[in-house]
Write a protein that binds this ligand. Structure first.
Ligand code: UDP
Ligand code: MG
Length: 331
């Protein structure tokens, strides 16, 4: 299994795979494909363009079929329904055959023109090439602030530092991909997993482009869920926090109870004490609900993991024609 025992590969001429998770991106696909072709043409080795269709409901499957028909570099995976981008990336990493694998968004926010510099960094020894966005201009203020807060929270809680402003645009070496593919968990918080695997990593900067067409596929609700997934996948600190707060609150309640008891014994029951009672009950109730909620988050994930369901269901897989014997059936 150790890659150090494998014959060294020639990084100048081996296969490069580009994995593109996509959902309803019919407008951008032709441009994306043309730009990918142009950007990877001069790399000196064969290229696989692996599109992972995460259950598009628009015309994307048709567009992809026509791209595959005209370009033997194109591989297609189609999910049976929408499973989510993390799953689509996982599927792409499983199927990619390249010695290096680039992941990029379909909407051209990750300009394919950066692929040559990423490949160059890999050729000079990096296993993971992270692409850091230079700014988050063009994103709504609220989303920028939420993203900043998310990275602060997750990094103060998680044992694995997760670099801010590095999205899913990156290059991975074969052994990094193999390492990721061996991780068994269902909760695929890829940003965290990429950081967790280690290996020599370098970070390059790039300017995020505007979305070429279509709209963002993430609603604020999905992003919130995503953030929570990330935090619970990479930290059990919140559970400990709940225990601590619960304990402190309980101790405080006991002390307060004693204080009132002694005061009532010494001075008599001067005030009926109704406000205090309500405050204490509400506070304890709130703390308990919070702790139970947190437990539920983790328990729910445990339950999901324990079901051992597959991450996604592939409806169709057409490897690029460059790999296939000529007689293979294609629609
Ligand atoms: N995407 C996907 N499945 C989803 C949601 C998004 O494959 O359930 C793809 C989408 O087509 C795009 C990439 O993930 O290629 C990033 O999505 P998007 O551009 O909507 O996110 P944003 O850039 O707004 O964060
Ligand atoms: Mg985008």
């Amino acid at each position: 299994m150790s890659s150090s025992t494998e014959a060294p590969i020639d990084r100048a001429s081996c296969l490069l795979s580009v994995v593109i998770p996509l959902l309803n991106e019919q407008e951008v696909l032709p441009t994306l494909h043309a730009r990918l072709q142009a950007a990877t043409a001069g790399l000196g080795g064969p290229v696989e363009l692996l599109f992972v269709d995460d259950g598009s409901t628009d015309n994307s499957p048709v567009v992809l079929q026509s791209l595959a028909a005209q370009d033997p570099q194109v591989s297609l995976i189609r999910f049976s329904r929408n499973f989510g981008k993390e799953q689509a990336m996982s599927a792409g990493l499983m199927a990619a055959r390249g010695q290096a694998v680039v992941i990029l968004d379909a909407d051209l926010q990750h300009p394919p023109e950066h692929i040559p510099e990423m490949v160059a960094a890999w050729r000079s020894g990096a296993d993971v090439v992270n692409m850091k966005r230079r700014g988050r201009q063009g994103e709504p203020w609220a989303k920028r602030r939420a993203a900043g807060a998310f990275y602060r929270v997750i990094n103060s809680l998680s044992d694995t530092p997760i670099p801010a402003d590095i999205g899913d645009f990156r290059l991975l070496s074969r052994r990094a991909v193999d390492a990721l593919n061996r991780l068994p968990e269902r909760n695929r918080f890829m940003k965290g997993l990429f950081a967790w695997i280690g290996f020599p990593q370098v970070t390059l900067e790039f300017d995020v482009a505007e979305r070429a067409a279509g709209t963002t596929k993430w609603s604020p609700r999905q992003l919130t869920r995503f953030a929570l997934e990330g935090i619970t996948a990479f930290s059990i600190q919140p559970l400990k926090f709940a225990t601590k707060v619960g304990l402190l609150t309980a101790l405080f309640a006991v002390a307060l109870g004693l204080f009132y008891l002694i005061r009532a014994l010494l001075l008599g029951d001067a005030v009926p004490g109704f406000p205090t009672l309500i405050v204490v009950i509400l506070m304890l109730g709130g703390m308990q609900l919070m702790a139970i909620g947190l437990l539920g988050e983790y328990l729910g994930r445990l339950w999901l993991e324990s079901k051992q369901r597959p991450l996604y269901i592939v409806q169709d897989y057409w490897p690029a024609r460059q790999f296939a014997p000529p007689q293979q059936d294609r629609p």
